[in-house]
Ligand binder design. Structure first.
Ligand SMILES: Cc1cc2nc3c(=O)[nH]c(=O)nc-3n(C[C@H](O)[C@H](O)[C@H](O)COP(=O)(O)OP(=O)(O)OC[C@H]3O[C@@H](n4cnc5c(N)ncnc54)[C@H](O)[C@@H]3O)c2cc1C
Length: 401
């Protein structure tokens, strides 16, 4: 593989880098976003407003959806430009898809692939501009890993579905205008065959929600309830009772994103810098053989992740929708992120557990927040165990466990 860039690609990188550095400084200034990446779940109202502003500028500059086809408002960029974009954005710890991550990385691509022309015309453009923020209503109290057991019910009455039930862990439900919602439309059919995929306006009467506070102290996701919610029939994506296939496409796109948007490499570089300031077993950490081995291994794995990201981008650009192999990236990135965050805890010892407002805090308390948040990424979009099952059964062809 030849990684040398052409003159045009070098120019693209230079222009992009300048734009990102200038814009992120202008927009975020000192509002306290984590330089190793901020999850949309962790931002307060003030940071959210800044993120929306950043999103609008990203959109105006034409960077918000490099991977979408031009026909639908994306940049239709080649694999190299996309790889450059991801590298540069991750280097600065900025959110790859601005404030509308779920819309840009998975819901929009699902509509492009499986929606009707009318749905594409209605919804894609405000996704790009950030005027309509989206969330994803899949998980329920008794349907997470076994998603097809979901029981939220939708009954077709004339030209509307009437929805009743409950979702849980819905990220950014409190900020979203729209939602993709998985509902059961045929309770008598085998469980994968009685599900439909709806587009729901969150402002419809009958959708109360309750925020759920995470271990980090943030309340970025919610329980969402549906009480006789009326959804127009034209908001059905794909066939009635054919929603499982649509939901799998969304999940595959979500897993690709989960493997590519974590600024793990950036965090590992920070860990290396931390080792030059910390002590370990009574000597400077950077001189300790155990620490050196660990850091070298993390660095190698981060590089493997970067190269496998390039492979995924190439595959997408060949028009293939991501398949079960998207589980590799998601599993590897989130587990590496978790191990690296835990290692920072080992380096900092008990000091690593001090909250940011403690007078004795080290490294602004950022590692505590990252360690507490890291486990969640190994659960979101399908747990690590589920990813391993998918790889075993659908990629390696092993018998079901
Ligand atoms: C940060 C975050 C954001 C999220 N955002 C959203 C969102 O926006 N929308 C949404 O719908 N959901 C969201 N979720 C929910 C997420 O999709 C579920 O938590 C996840 O699918 C797991 O489901 P569960 O929590 O019900 O756990 P369970 O499915 O009950 O699993 C419990 C444990 O059992 C293990 N397990 C289960 N089945 C198997 C099996 N067959 N083989 C081996 N082990 C198994 C699991 O790995 C896990 O360790 C989010 C979760 C997190 C953490």
């Amino acid at each position: 593989m030849d990684f040398a860039l052409t003159t045009d690609q070098e120019r693209f990188r230079r222009d992009l880098r300048t734009w990102l550095e200038t814009t992120s400084l202008e927009v975020f200034g000192r509002v306290g976003l984590d330089p190793a990446g901020t999850s949309l779940l962790d931002v307060d109202d003030r940071q959210w407003e800044r993120l929306l502003e950043y999103h609008r500028r990203l959109h105006r500059a034409g960077y918000v959806a490099l991977h979408w086809p031009k026909e639908w408002g994306g940049a239709g960029a080649g694999p190299v430009e996309q790889a450059i974009y991801q590298d540069e954005v991750l280097r600065l710890g900025l959110p790859i898809y601005g404030a509308n991550q779920l819309a840009i990385d998975r819901i929009g691509p699902t509509l492009i692939l499986m929606g009707s022309d009318e749905q594409r015309r209605r919804y894609l453009s405000p996704m790009l501009s950030g005027d309509e923020i989206w969330c994803q209503g899949y998980s329920e109290p008794n349907a997470g890993s076994d998603l097809a057991s979901l029981t939220t019910r939708a009954v077709l009455e004339g030209d509307h579905f009437v929805v009743n039930g409950q979702k849980v862990w819905t990220s950014i439900a409190n900020r979203a205008h729209y939602q993709v919602l998985l509902v059961r439309t045929d309770p008598a059919a085998p469980k994968h065959k009685g599900i439909s995929y709806l587009l729901v306006d969150m402002r419809t009467p009958g959708i109360p929600m309750r925020p759920l506070r995470q271990i980090t102290g943030d309340a970025g996701f919610s329980e969402v309830f549906y009480d006789n919610v009326r959804v127009p029939r034209e908001n059905l994506v794909g066939e009635l009772n054919g929603g499982w296939q649509v939901s799998i496409a969304t999940l595959m796109y979500e897993r690709v994103s989960g493997g590519s948007r974590h600024p793990v490499a950036q965090m590992i570089d920070e860990l290396i810098a931390l080792s030059t300031r910390a002590e370990f077993s009574g000597i400077p950490a950077a001189q300790h053989p155990y620490v050196r081995q660990k850091l070298a291994q993390f660095k190698i794995e981060a590089e493997c992740l970067r190269l496998s990201r390039y492979r995924t981008i190439t595959r997408q650009l060949r028009g293939a929708i991501p398949g079960p192999e998207s589980s590799f990236g998601k599993l590897f990135a989130t587990e590496l992120n978790l191990r690296a965050a835990m290692f920072a805890d080992e380096l900092l010892g008990l000091d690593g557990n001090l909250a940011p407002d403690s007078p004795f805090v080290r490294e602004d308390g950022r590692w505590l927040r990252r360690t507490l948040g890291a486990r969640g990424y190994t659960v979101a979009a399908g747990t690590s165990e589920i990813q391993r099952n998918i790889i075993a059964e659908r990629v390696l062809g092993l018998p079901k466990g």
